[in-house]
Design a protein around this ligand. Structure first.
Ligand SMILES: Nc1ncnc2c1ncn2[C@@H]1O[C@H](COP(=O)(O)OP(=O)(O)OP(=O)(O)O)[C@@H](O)[C@H]1O
Ligand SMILES: [Mg+2]
Length: 340
């Protein structure tokens, strides 16, 4: 029985759309006594968090008693000027969404490559410490990073992109990532600030799903140009995306626009568009929040296929509708940023 199994059991439990695993500030198993310190995202949630924790762990025989405490709430938002710039990086773009599996990583990778194709110098940072997928998407799994003479991490280069993922720092693919509060934040800040990125026009940051500690810590400590919100047209995705949008607004990170992923499916036989998840919902959301839609990406089996092979679709099938959509988004986004 490892702490990891306990964290795993808490990963599927949500309170106010936040995974309990993401709220853990500290966790200790001493004999059969489990101690958890949670970050309390909002007053009044204490009882719900406790009950859900008890329920989630009741079938773990090694845990006999559970002692739950709460740390202070959401840390204060520091003013924008105290946020640190990442050395050498002109514009940092975070790619986020409240919901998992909507295509953040796919968008991050293809957006990065599309920006590269426009002639910019681009880096990609995988900040998904729970499930780093960038190494797979770029076919650089198992790569190791080295440090330079100043002890800064040297990113891996692939397709002309400078890439860094926590996946590179794990000894093997199966290593459990049990980054507890402080350790996790240290790893993340190191990732950003102790890297020899060289000179970059854009650094794309692939965020983990949700609106937890990782997103908050980054938004509070790092100077970002802004965030790109990825969503699919489903109601379940949009509900979470509203939360993410509010979070970015609360911490004063400008939202650069919305990418609608899996917007429609083009029938290969007839060329007809099918709006599988419905049409117009993302537009409605964008209007309500006064956000720009940067582009709509169709659903295309080749996206998943090329991803598994480690070749972004923008490189594997540059003429496809999906790739054109990504190139359009990169163009709009870069122009918007450089105009500011
Ligand atoms: N436009 C698309 N057409 C077809 N498949 C897609 C499309 N976009 C993403 N996918 C597939 O959907 C799955 C989820 O995508 P991805 O991993 O990018 O999502 P994510 O939001 O980063 O997920 P997580 O929350 O786990 O980090 C992958 O299998 C990916 O290949
Ligand atoms: Mg992802």
């Amino acid at each position: 029985m490892a702490v990891k199994d306990i964290v795993d059991a808490l990963r599927d439990v949500t309170v106010n759309n936040m995974r309990l695993s993401e709220l853990i500030k500290d966790i200790k198993l001493i004999g059969s006594n489990l101690e958890i310190v949670y970050r309390l995202p909002q007053k009044g949630l204490e009882e719900e968090i406790k009950q859900k924790t008890y329920q989630a762990l009741e079938n773990i025989p090694e845990v006999k008693t559970i002692n739950i405490r709460f740390a202070e709430g959401v840390p204060e938002v520091p003013p924008a000027f105290t946020r640190r710039h990442v050395e050498g990086v002109k514009h940092l773009i975070a790619v986020g969404s409240g919901k998992g599996g909507v295509g953040k990583s796919t968008v991050s990778v293809n957006l990065a490559v599309a920006l590269l194709k426009q002639g910019y110098r681009v880096g990609l940072l995988d900040a998904d410490i729970y499930g780093p997928s960038i190494p797979t998407l770029l076919g650089v799994k198992g790569e190791r990073v080295h440090v330079d003479e100043k002890n800064k991490l040297i990113p891996v280069e692939k397709y002309g992109l400078k890439v860094l993922s926590i996946g590179f720092l794990l000894p093997s693919e199966d290593t459990p990532v049990i980054w507890r509060g402080p350790m996790l934040m240290k790893a993340l800040t190191q990732f950003l600030f102790d890297v020899n990125w060289g000179e970059l026009d854009f650094l794309v940051l692939d965020l983990p799903p949700g609106t937890g500690d990782v997103q908050l810590t980054l938004a509070q400590n790092v100077h970002m140009t802004g965030a790109v919100i990825v969503t699919t047209p489903q109601d379940v995705a949009l509900a979470d995306v509203r939360k993410a949008t509010s979070m970015f607004k609360e911490v004063n990170v400008p939202i650069l626009g919305v990418v609608e992923n899996m917007a429609y499916f083009i029938c290969p036989d007839s060329g007809k568009k099918y709006y599988v998840f419905g049409k117009g919902r993302v537009l409605e959301f964008a209007r309500a929040y006064e956000l720009q839609i940067l582009g709509s990406i169709p659903m295309d089996p080749e996206v998943a296929e090329t991803s598994d092979k480690g070749v972004p679709v923008v490189i594997a099938h540059p003429e496809s509708e999906v790739s054109k959509a990504f190139l359009g988004i990169a163009k709009l986004l870069s122009e918007k940023i450089l105009r500011r």
